[in-house]
Design a protein around this ligand. Structure first.
Ligand code: FES
Length: 194
């Protein structure tokens, strides 16, 4: 299934396979492909590989790992800048709550700044938030971009850090992952890296 929808100033494209939680995945972004792990991999909770070779700046790819959507967002310079600017407005700017592996305990909560890898499940009651571009009318002119959970209104920045005042108590989870190559990420296992 494929559709093209503009989300605010910047078009965000999602490549998705996720069987989402209650809200599904990012209604405001296009779904352009499906990437599903094998039934065996799903059954075993095995690590899954993501090929990010076609992911352009500003795009999001979603794959399923252990029945959950995992987002891979190739962040633009503007997205990274918005994370830096949002530090004063998020609950846990330094990721002190262990919601990520040690190697992702940094400003951008990632191995490589450019690529966010996040479990797309809200830490409030488990809905699947939606990616929302900065400056979109729907979120207001002050919105810097990030993720919005429509169930009860939690907001997260492009690093998955929850904004103050949200019902979600902690940041989105960063799963264990590693790079198998420049264009392949293994999600669910960080011991097999190149
Ligand atoms: S489940 Fe996301 S805000 Fe409640």
């Amino acid at each position: 299934m494929s559709e093209q929808i503009n989300s605010g100033r910047r078009k965000i494209v999602a490549v998705t396979a996720a069987a989402g939680a209650c809200a599904g995945v990012a209604a405001a972004v296009p779904f352009v492909a499906m990437m599903l792990p094998s039934e065996k991999a799903k059954a075993m909770g095995a690590p899954v590989e993501a090929d990010i070779s076609a992911l352009a700046p500003g795009e999001m790819q979603i794959i399923e790992w252990r029945g959950k959507p995992v987002w891979i967002v190739r962040r633009t310079k503007e997205m990274l800048e918005s994370i830096t600017k949002s530090a004063a407005n998020v609950t846990d700017p330094k990721s002190e709550v262990p919601q990520q592996p040690d190697y992702a305990t940094n400003e951008f909560r990632a191995i490589k700044d450019e690529f966010a890898v996040l479990v797309g499940v809200c830490t409030h009651l488990g809905c699947s938030p939606q990616i929302k571009a900065g400056g979109s009318g729907e979120m207001g002119a002050d919105w810097a971009g990030g993720f919005y959970c429509p169930c009860h209104g939690s907001k997260f920045d492009y690093a998955g850090r929850v904004y103050k005042g949200a019902p979600a108590p902690i940041n989105l989870q960063v799963p264990p992952y590693t790079y198998l190559s420049e264009t392949k990420i293994l999600i669910g296992d960080d011991k097999k890296g190149a």
